[in-house]
Design a protein around this ligand. Structure first.
Ligand SMILES: [Fe+2]
Length: 354
Protein backbone atom coordinates (compact mmCIF):
# COMPACT_ATOMS: atom_id res chain seq x y z
CA UNK A 1 0.00 0.00 0.00
CA UNK A 2 1.27 3.46 -0.93
CA UNK A 3 2.20 5.96 1.78
CA UNK A 4 -0.05 9.03 1.86
CA UNK A 5 1.42 12.55 1.61
CA UNK A 6 -0.59 15.68 2.30
CA UNK A 7 0.78 18.62 0.26
CA UNK A 8 -0.36 22.03 1.50
CA UNK A 9 0.33 25.01 -0.80
CA UNK A 10 -1.78 27.96 -1.96
CA UNK A 11 -0.05 27.88 -5.37
CA UNK A 12 -1.86 25.44 -7.67
CA UNK A 13 1.19 25.10 -9.95
CA UNK A 14 3.25 23.83 -7.02
CA UNK A 15 0.51 21.40 -6.02
CA UNK A 16 0.39 19.86 -9.47
CA UNK A 17 4.19 19.79 -9.70
CA UNK A 18 4.38 17.90 -6.40
CA UNK A 19 1.67 15.56 -7.68
CA UNK A 20 3.71 14.91 -10.85
CA UNK A 21 6.97 14.24 -9.01
CA UNK A 22 5.61 12.21 -6.09
CA UNK A 23 2.45 10.71 -7.63
CA UNK A 24 4.09 7.58 -9.12
CA UNK A 25 5.33 6.43 -5.69
CA UNK A 26 2.88 7.97 -3.21
CA UNK A 27 -0.79 8.72 -2.80
CA UNK A 28 -1.13 12.52 -2.76
CA UNK A 29 -3.78 14.55 -0.94
CA UNK A 30 -3.70 18.26 -1.81
CA UNK A 31 -4.77 21.19 0.38
CA UNK A 32 -4.74 24.77 -0.92
CA UNK A 33 -4.78 26.48 2.50
CA UNK A 34 -3.86 25.89 6.15
CA UNK A 35 -7.56 25.73 7.05
CA UNK A 36 -8.24 23.08 4.36
CA UNK A 37 -5.29 21.02 5.65
CA UNK A 38 -6.53 21.09 9.25
CA UNK A 39 -10.02 20.13 8.09
CA UNK A 40 -8.58 17.13 6.18
CA UNK A 41 -6.56 16.08 9.25
CA UNK A 42 -9.67 15.84 11.39
CA UNK A 43 -10.52 12.61 9.59
CA UNK A 44 -7.24 11.45 7.98
CA UNK A 45 -3.75 10.60 9.13
CA UNK A 46 -1.21 10.97 6.32
CA UNK A 47 2.33 9.55 6.64
CA UNK A 48 3.92 12.91 5.85
CA UNK A 49 2.92 16.56 5.41
CA UNK A 50 4.63 18.90 2.94
CA UNK A 51 3.74 22.32 4.30
CA UNK A 52 4.25 25.63 2.50
CA UNK A 53 5.33 28.46 4.81
CA UNK A 54 4.00 31.49 2.92
CA UNK A 55 0.26 31.22 2.60
CA UNK A 56 -2.46 33.90 3.04
CA UNK A 57 -4.62 33.86 6.24
CA UNK A 58 -2.93 31.00 8.09
CA UNK A 59 0.77 30.51 7.30
CA UNK A 60 2.72 27.27 7.59
CA UNK A 61 4.13 28.06 11.05
CA UNK A 62 0.64 28.66 12.40
CA UNK A 63 -0.56 25.35 10.93
CA UNK A 64 2.50 23.64 12.45
CA UNK A 65 1.71 25.04 15.89
CA UNK A 66 -1.80 23.62 15.71
CA UNK A 67 -0.50 20.23 14.55
CA UNK A 68 1.97 19.99 17.42
CA UNK A 69 -0.63 20.87 20.05
CA UNK A 70 -3.06 18.14 19.00
CA UNK A 71 -2.36 14.54 20.10
CA UNK A 72 -3.81 13.20 16.85
CA UNK A 73 -1.37 15.12 14.65
CA UNK A 74 1.65 15.87 16.86
CA UNK A 75 3.74 12.95 15.62
CA UNK A 76 3.05 13.28 11.87
CA UNK A 77 6.39 14.24 10.25
CA UNK A 78 6.41 17.61 8.47
CA UNK A 79 8.69 18.97 5.74
CA UNK A 80 8.43 22.71 5.20
CA UNK A 81 8.33 24.17 1.68
CA UNK A 82 9.69 27.66 1.11
CA UNK A 83 10.81 29.95 -1.67
CA UNK A 84 13.60 31.51 0.41
CA UNK A 85 16.74 29.80 1.61
CA UNK A 86 17.58 32.10 4.51
CA UNK A 87 19.35 30.49 7.46
CA UNK A 88 16.84 32.08 9.90
CA UNK A 89 13.92 30.49 8.08
CA UNK A 90 15.66 27.13 8.15
CA UNK A 91 16.44 27.45 11.88
CA UNK A 92 12.84 28.38 12.65
CA UNK A 93 11.59 25.35 10.67
CA UNK A 94 13.66 22.97 12.80
CA UNK A 95 12.81 24.80 16.02
CA UNK A 96 9.15 24.25 15.22
CA UNK A 97 9.76 20.52 14.94
CA UNK A 98 10.04 20.04 11.17
CA UNK A 99 11.83 16.91 10.00
CA UNK A 100 13.25 18.68 6.95
CA UNK A 101 13.12 21.70 4.70
CA UNK A 102 12.81 21.88 0.86
CA UNK A 103 13.21 25.02 -1.26
CA UNK A 104 11.03 25.91 -4.22
CA UNK A 105 11.07 25.54 -7.14
CA UNK A 106 11.32 21.78 -6.56
CA UNK A 107 14.23 19.77 -7.91
CA UNK A 108 12.48 16.41 -8.47
CA UNK A 109 15.32 14.18 -7.26
CA UNK A 110 15.91 16.25 -4.12
CA UNK A 111 12.20 16.33 -3.24
CA UNK A 112 11.86 12.57 -3.80
CA UNK A 113 14.94 11.77 -1.75
CA UNK A 114 13.95 14.03 1.18
CA UNK A 115 10.43 12.62 1.20
CA UNK A 116 11.50 8.97 1.13
CA UNK A 117 14.17 9.49 3.82
CA UNK A 118 11.74 11.27 6.11
CA UNK A 119 9.09 8.57 5.75
CA UNK A 120 11.69 5.85 6.32
CA UNK A 121 13.05 7.60 9.41
CA UNK A 122 9.57 8.04 10.83
CA UNK A 123 8.83 4.36 10.32
CA UNK A 124 12.03 3.42 12.17
CA UNK A 125 11.03 5.74 15.00
CA UNK A 126 7.58 4.21 15.07
CA UNK A 127 8.92 0.63 15.14
CA UNK A 128 11.43 1.53 17.83
CA UNK A 129 8.68 3.10 19.93
CA UNK A 130 6.58 -0.07 19.58
CA UNK A 131 9.53 -2.24 20.58
CA UNK A 132 10.24 -0.08 23.63
CA UNK A 133 6.57 -0.20 24.66
CA UNK A 134 6.43 -3.99 24.31
CA UNK A 135 9.65 -4.40 26.33
CA UNK A 136 8.43 -1.98 29.01
CA UNK A 137 5.18 -3.92 29.31
CA UNK A 138 7.11 -7.20 29.63
CA UNK A 139 9.29 -5.71 32.36
CA UNK A 140 6.24 -4.43 34.26
CA UNK A 141 4.55 -7.82 34.00
CA UNK A 142 7.58 -9.75 35.22
CA UNK A 143 8.27 -7.39 38.09
CA UNK A 144 4.61 -7.70 39.13
CA UNK A 145 4.94 -11.48 38.98
CA UNK A 146 8.16 -11.32 40.96
CA UNK A 147 6.46 -9.09 43.53
CA UNK A 148 3.59 -11.58 43.91
CA UNK A 149 6.04 -14.48 44.34
CA UNK A 150 8.00 -12.48 46.91
CA UNK A 151 4.80 -11.66 48.82
CA UNK A 152 3.64 -15.27 48.93
CA UNK A 153 7.09 -16.48 50.01
CA UNK A 154 7.04 -13.96 52.87
CA UNK A 155 3.51 -14.93 53.92
CA UNK A 156 4.34 -18.64 53.60
CA UNK A 157 7.48 -18.32 55.67
CA UNK A 158 5.73 -16.26 58.33
CA UNK A 159 2.86 -18.79 58.46
CA UNK A 160 5.30 -21.64 58.88
CA UNK A 161 6.96 -19.92 61.83
CA UNK A 162 3.62 -18.99 63.32
CA UNK A 163 2.30 -22.55 63.03
CA UNK A 164 4.90 -23.74 65.53
CA UNK A 165 3.01 -22.31 68.48
CA UNK A 166 -0.07 -24.26 67.45
CA UNK A 167 -2.04 -21.35 66.00
CA UNK A 168 -3.78 -21.93 62.69
CA UNK A 169 -1.69 -19.53 60.67
CA UNK A 170 -4.51 -17.02 60.63
CA UNK A 171 -2.49 -14.57 62.74
CA UNK A 172 -0.26 -13.51 59.85
CA UNK A 173 -3.10 -12.78 57.44
CA UNK A 174 -5.33 -11.28 60.15
CA UNK A 175 -2.76 -8.87 61.53
CA UNK A 176 -1.94 -7.77 57.99
CA UNK A 177 -5.63 -7.01 57.40
CA UNK A 178 -5.95 -5.10 60.70
CA UNK A 179 -2.79 -3.10 59.96
CA UNK A 180 -4.20 -2.03 56.60
CA UNK A 181 -7.58 -1.14 58.13
CA UNK A 182 -6.02 0.91 60.95
CA UNK A 183 -3.62 2.81 58.66
CA UNK A 184 -6.40 3.59 56.17
CA UNK A 185 -8.76 4.74 58.93
CA UNK A 186 -6.10 6.93 60.59
CA UNK A 187 -5.53 8.64 57.24
CA UNK A 188 -9.27 9.02 56.61
CA UNK A 189 -9.67 10.64 60.04
CA UNK A 190 -6.80 13.06 59.27
CA UNK A 191 -4.13 11.58 61.59
CA UNK A 192 -0.46 11.06 60.70
CA UNK A 193 -1.20 12.21 57.14
CA UNK A 194 2.46 13.14 56.54
CA UNK A 195 3.65 9.59 57.10
CA UNK A 196 0.71 7.61 55.79
CA UNK A 197 1.30 7.99 52.05
CA UNK A 198 -0.10 5.26 49.75
CA UNK A 199 3.38 3.72 49.32
CA UNK A 200 3.99 3.78 53.10
CA UNK A 201 0.72 1.91 53.68
CA UNK A 202 1.62 -0.66 51.00
CA UNK A 203 5.07 -1.21 52.54
CA UNK A 204 3.53 -1.40 56.00
CA UNK A 205 1.15 -4.18 54.92
CA UNK A 206 3.97 -6.09 53.21
CA UNK A 207 6.14 -5.71 56.31
CA UNK A 208 3.49 -6.75 58.85
CA UNK A 209 3.73 -10.55 58.24
CA UNK A 210 7.41 -10.48 59.19
CA UNK A 211 6.93 -8.97 62.66
CA UNK A 212 7.42 -12.24 64.54
CA UNK A 213 9.95 -14.14 62.35
CA UNK A 214 12.34 -14.15 65.29
CA UNK A 215 10.08 -16.68 67.04
CA UNK A 216 11.87 -19.29 64.95
CA UNK A 217 14.69 -19.08 67.51
CA UNK A 218 12.43 -19.49 70.54
CA UNK A 219 12.34 -23.07 71.92
CA UNK A 220 9.11 -25.08 71.47
CA UNK A 221 8.85 -25.58 75.22
CA UNK A 222 8.29 -21.85 75.65
CA UNK A 223 6.38 -21.18 72.44
CA UNK A 224 3.94 -24.04 73.03
CA UNK A 225 3.65 -23.81 76.80
CA UNK A 226 -0.03 -24.08 77.65
CA UNK A 227 0.18 -21.88 80.77
CA UNK A 228 1.78 -18.68 81.98
CA UNK A 229 5.51 -18.26 81.30
CA UNK A 230 7.98 -18.00 84.19
CA UNK A 231 9.96 -14.76 84.48
CA UNK A 232 12.96 -16.45 82.94
CA UNK A 233 10.95 -17.93 80.07
CA UNK A 234 9.41 -14.54 79.43
CA UNK A 235 12.90 -13.00 79.17
CA UNK A 236 13.71 -15.58 76.48
CA UNK A 237 10.40 -14.90 74.72
CA UNK A 238 11.15 -11.17 74.67
CA UNK A 239 14.24 -11.90 72.59
CA UNK A 240 12.06 -12.73 69.56
CA UNK A 241 12.03 -9.00 68.71
CA UNK A 242 15.80 -8.69 68.41
CA UNK A 243 16.00 -12.08 66.70
CA UNK A 244 13.40 -10.83 64.20
CA UNK A 245 15.47 -7.80 63.33
CA UNK A 246 18.64 -9.82 62.87
CA UNK A 247 16.87 -12.34 60.62
CA UNK A 248 15.33 -9.53 58.57
CA UNK A 249 18.72 -7.90 58.13
CA UNK A 250 20.03 -11.23 56.86
CA UNK A 251 17.17 -11.96 54.47
CA UNK A 252 16.31 -8.57 53.03
CA UNK A 253 19.04 -6.27 54.36
CA UNK A 254 20.74 -5.99 50.98
CA UNK A 255 17.69 -5.17 48.87
CA UNK A 256 17.82 -1.69 47.43
CA UNK A 257 14.59 -0.38 48.93
CA UNK A 258 16.08 1.14 52.09
CA UNK A 259 12.74 2.60 53.18
CA UNK A 260 11.00 -0.78 53.08
CA UNK A 261 13.85 -2.56 54.90
CA UNK A 262 13.78 0.06 57.63
CA UNK A 263 10.02 -0.32 58.00
CA UNK A 264 10.25 -4.11 58.37
CA UNK A 265 13.05 -3.75 60.92
CA UNK A 266 11.07 -1.17 62.94
CA UNK A 267 7.96 -3.33 63.04
CA UNK A 268 9.93 -6.40 64.09
CA UNK A 269 12.01 -4.70 66.75
CA UNK A 270 9.49 -2.32 68.30
CA UNK A 271 6.05 -3.97 68.13
CA UNK A 272 6.17 -4.81 71.87
CA UNK A 273 7.17 -1.31 72.96
CA UNK A 274 4.61 0.54 75.08
CA UNK A 275 3.55 4.19 74.90
CA UNK A 276 4.64 4.77 78.53
CA UNK A 277 8.12 3.28 77.98
CA UNK A 278 7.60 0.05 79.91
CA UNK A 279 7.70 -2.19 76.83
CA UNK A 280 10.57 -4.18 75.33
CA UNK A 281 13.24 -4.53 74.00
CA UNK A 282 14.39 -0.87 74.23
CA UNK A 283 11.80 0.93 76.39
CA UNK A 284 11.18 3.68 73.80
CA UNK A 285 8.34 6.07 74.69
CA UNK A 286 5.44 7.73 72.85
CA UNK A 287 6.17 8.88 69.32
CA UNK A 288 9.82 7.83 69.63
CA UNK A 289 8.35 4.43 68.83
CA UNK A 290 8.00 4.29 65.02
CA UNK A 291 4.41 4.75 63.81
CA UNK A 292 4.58 1.41 61.96
CA UNK A 293 5.29 -0.44 65.23
CA UNK A 294 2.58 1.48 67.13
CA UNK A 295 0.01 0.40 64.53
CA UNK A 296 1.36 -3.15 64.55
CA UNK A 297 1.08 -3.29 68.38
CA UNK A 298 -2.67 -2.59 68.24
CA UNK A 299 -3.28 -5.12 65.43
CA UNK A 300 -1.14 -7.75 67.20
CA UNK A 301 -2.85 -7.46 70.59
CA UNK A 302 -6.34 -7.41 69.08
CA UNK A 303 -5.64 -10.63 67.19
CA UNK A 304 -4.05 -12.26 70.23
CA UNK A 305 -7.21 -11.56 72.25
CA UNK A 306 -9.66 -12.49 69.48
CA UNK A 307 -8.07 -15.84 68.56
CA UNK A 308 -7.56 -18.92 70.69
CA UNK A 309 -3.94 -19.55 71.79
CA UNK A 310 -2.30 -22.53 73.50
CA UNK A 311 -2.24 -20.53 76.73
CA UNK A 312 -5.75 -18.94 76.58
CA UNK A 313 -9.26 -19.19 75.12
CA UNK A 314 -10.55 -16.47 72.72
CA UNK A 315 -12.05 -13.36 74.35
CA UNK A 316 -15.67 -12.62 73.49
CA UNK A 317 -17.65 -10.55 72.70
CA UNK A 318 -15.54 -8.14 70.62
CA UNK A 319 -16.84 -5.27 72.79
CA UNK A 320 -14.99 -6.88 75.73
CA UNK A 321 -11.73 -6.89 73.68
CA UNK A 322 -12.22 -3.19 72.89
CA UNK A 323 -12.79 -2.49 76.59
CA UNK A 324 -9.60 -4.33 77.59
CA UNK A 325 -7.60 -2.52 74.90
CA UNK A 326 -9.05 0.89 75.82
CA UNK A 327 -7.61 0.39 79.31
CA UNK A 328 -4.17 0.48 77.63
CA UNK A 329 -4.89 3.94 76.10
CA UNK A 330 -1.87 6.15 76.79
CA UNK A 331 -0.06 3.42 78.75
CA UNK A 332 0.33 0.52 76.35
CA UNK A 333 -1.00 2.11 73.15
CA UNK A 334 -0.78 5.38 71.23
CA UNK A 335 -4.00 7.20 72.36
CA UNK A 336 -4.80 8.40 68.83
CA UNK A 337 -4.48 4.93 67.33
CA UNK A 338 -6.49 3.23 70.06
CA UNK A 339 -9.29 5.84 69.79
CA UNK A 340 -9.50 5.37 66.03
CA UNK A 341 -9.36 1.58 66.46
CA UNK A 342 -12.17 1.51 69.02
CA UNK A 343 -14.21 3.62 66.59
CA UNK A 344 -13.74 0.87 64.01
CA UNK A 345 -15.79 -1.63 66.07
CA UNK A 346 -18.76 -1.78 63.62
CA UNK A 347 -16.60 -2.51 60.57
CA UNK A 348 -14.44 -5.02 62.48
CA UNK A 349 -17.55 -6.85 63.71
CA UNK A 350 -18.98 -6.91 60.22
CA UNK A 351 -15.76 -8.30 58.79
CA UNK A 352 -15.21 -10.92 61.49
CA UNK A 353 -18.82 -12.12 61.48
CA UNK A 354 -18.54 -12.89 57.77
FE1 LIG B 1 5.74 -10.42 68.76
Amino acid sequence: MKNVILVVDDDKTNLSLAQRILGPQYRIAAGSSGEAALKYLETHRPDLILLDINMPNMDGFEVMEKLRSDVHTETIPVIFLTADSLAETEIKCFQMGAMDFVTKPFVPDILLSRVSKTIELDQYRHNLENMVNIQAQKITESSLRLGRIQDSVIIGMANLIESRDGSTGKHVKNTQTYVRMIATELLAKGYYTQELTPSYIEDLCKAAPLHDVGKIKIPDAILQKPGKLTAEEFETMKLHTTHSRKIIQTIIGDIEDEHYVRLVEDIALYHHERWDGTGYPTGLTEDNIPLSARIMAVADVFDALYEERCYKPPVRPIERIMQIMSEGRGTQFDPVIIDVFVGMLPQLKEMLEK
